[in-house]
Design a protein. Sequence first.
Length: 166
Amino acid sequence: MNTLSKKLLGILIAPALFLSFTTLPDRANFSGEWKLNEGRSDLGQFANYAPRAIKVTQTADSITISKTSPSMGGEDVTITETLSYDSKETKTTVFGTSTRTASAKWSDDGQTLTITYDLMLDFNGQTTEIKGTEAWILSDGGKTLVSQNNSTSSFGDIQAKGIYEK
């Protein structure tokens, strides 16, 4: 091998070696159908309205989340939102004229997905704003989804933890 060939080979191999050590971490995969385990959850004062089931479809660029919860009238209501991972906000009508604006972002290690939201509840013309975050992680080898929800509103500061199992 001549000197030029060795230099060219070095120029081609060095970036490949460098890039092999700087790849993005594997992200947790939340895809699937999840059922609430009420006994393991700590849902607080809004336990009656917590999602009982969550269906997740996850792609490389976004996550689609469908949550089925009991409504104030007792019937099940399913709300679906698709969030990109670039922190771009998505606005969804949650019921009536109430809306939820949310964005999603991965932790640096790719194991926690944090959803930041602003919920504008409209009850007969009275509006209440709830600001919060949901942090999702997997445990039990991917068989359990833990959703830690922290919010602030005129109801006060609320923390709730939902434990969902496949």
